[in-house]
Write a protein of this length. Structure first.
Length: 414
């Protein structure tokens, strides 16, 4: 009885297995995997230049407050904000009555000294003429006494000799007086030049070609000298007359991050994009501070920009692209092909069978539209998905087509 039951159980199990095998053998085959369309780009090998984009601001090449050298009242001022001025152009005139009187006094002193020189010169001529006459008489008298001894009294000869010596001495005195008069004339002229120079400071002139950006004084205003003592042996800065900015040449000033400072050199090429006007033009690094700002860890760098038409205005902003250094035979792909995941980066590679392979990569030089892949993470010619990476998983079958990769200029033109 037990053996029959066991036999039936065994037959039932075998029958069940046969049924399962038959059912599975008649199940339709699974549908083939559908390929997903993907835009792919090919990894390139070549030269890649590291770039840095920094916002900068235009400032005047020179910007000064023009002060008065002497104190006085503004007689007239002919410039206002926005006026274009030229080097040594008179912008305003001060009225200084006491200085004007000093000019007249020094001119009179020079004329007096000149007249005194003329008089002393005449005195020298008179003394010389008197000496010649006296010396001639003395010479004749002495020769006559020598030819005929006793004819002329010795006392008379001695008197003429004394007169001759006195006349010679008067010449020396006259010459000394003449030299003193000349020195006095030179002193008077020097004083006249000094006062004239001070009076010339009543003309407020432009130090260079530029634009008046602010006017501090009006007609009739009292303008003190550039620096004045406040009674405590310290100098306080006085009010200027106008502010002049040299705007036909501008400085484009930018902060360069500490990490990029080693690549900054005099003459380095840059591209400048002016936000307000849309202009793009090349330039060169002219100067930099060679020191970091401790608060920002940046180095001030300047590019000189000619502005003959004054189209660019100080205060405008511009985006400057620095070309730092170039790497040869770099492997690079479009920047949008790199995906950030936390602190790491990965790319989706399309292999020879058009399947997706996810690779963790390390980045090198990064430009506006290209990124270098380093440490052997990618080879030239390999294909990577360049858009919509979130739509794909590792192992997916891909139907690749070339991706449209806009350049940085095309991106800006959008």
């Amino acid at each position: 009885m037990f053996r029959k039951r066991s036999l039936w159980i065994l037959l039932l199990v075998v029958a069940a297995i046969i049924i399962v095998v038959v059912v599975r053998s008649h199940k339709p085959a699974a549908a083939p995997q559908k390929a997903l369309s993907a835009a792919v780009a090919v990894a390139q090998q070549g030269d890649l230049t590291a770039q840095l984009q920094v916002a900068g601001q235009f400032i005047p090449y020179q910007n000064v407050d023009v002060h008065a050298k002497v104190s006085g009242y503004v007689r007239w001022i002919k410039v206002d904000i926005g006026d274009i001025v030229h080097t040594n152009e008179v912008m305003a005139k001060l009225d200084v009555p006491e200085l004007r009187d000093q000019v007249a006094e020094t001119k009179a002193a020079v004329q007096h000294a000149q007249a005194q020189v003329v008089r002393e010169k005449d005195e020298v001529a008179n003394a010389d003429a008197a000496y010649r006459a006296i010396h001639l008489n003395y010479t004749r008298l002495a020769e006559a006494a020598k030819e005929r001894p006793g004819l002329i009294a010795q006392q008379e000869i001695d008197d003429y000799q004394a007169r001759d010596l006195e006349a010679a001495a008067k010449i020396d005195v006259a010459k000394a007086s003449y030299e003193a008069a000349q020195q006095q004339l030179n002193l008077a002229k020097s004083n006249e030049d000094r006062v004239a120079a001070l009076y010339a400071y009543t003309d407020i002139v432009s130090p260079f070609n530029g634009v008046v950006t602010f006017r501090y004084a009006d007609t009739g205003a009292l303008v003190p000298a550039g620096t004045s003592s406040n009674g405590t042996n310290t100098n306080t800065e006085s009010m200027p007359v106008v502010k002049v900015a040299e705007s036909d040449l501008l400085r484009l000033r930018m902060p360069v991050p500490e990490s990029d400072v080693p690549y900054i050199d005099i003459g380095g090429k840059v591209d400048v994009h002016v936000d307000a006007t849309g202009e793009v033009f090349p330039g060169k690094i002219i100067r930099f501070t060679r020191a970091l700002d401790p608060s920002t860890r940046t180095m001030l760098t300047e590019v000189d920009v000619p502005n003959p038409t004054l189209k660019l205005t100080p205060g405008m902003y511009a985006e400057t692209t620095f070309y730092l250094h170039t790497k040869h035979n770099a492997i690079y792909i479009p920047a949008q092909a790199v995906v950030t995941s936390g602190n790491s980066y990965y790319i989706l590679v399309v292999d020879a069978t058009n399947h997706v392979e996810k690779r963790i990569v390390h980045l090198g030089i990064q430009t506006a539209d290209r990124t270098e892949i380093i440490d052997g993470g990618l080879k030239a010619g390999e294909r990577v998905i360049a858009a919509g990476q979130d739509n794909y998983r590792e192992g997916d079958l891909i139907d690749p087509h070339p991706a449209f990769i806009p350049t940085a200029a095309q991106e800006e033109g959008k």
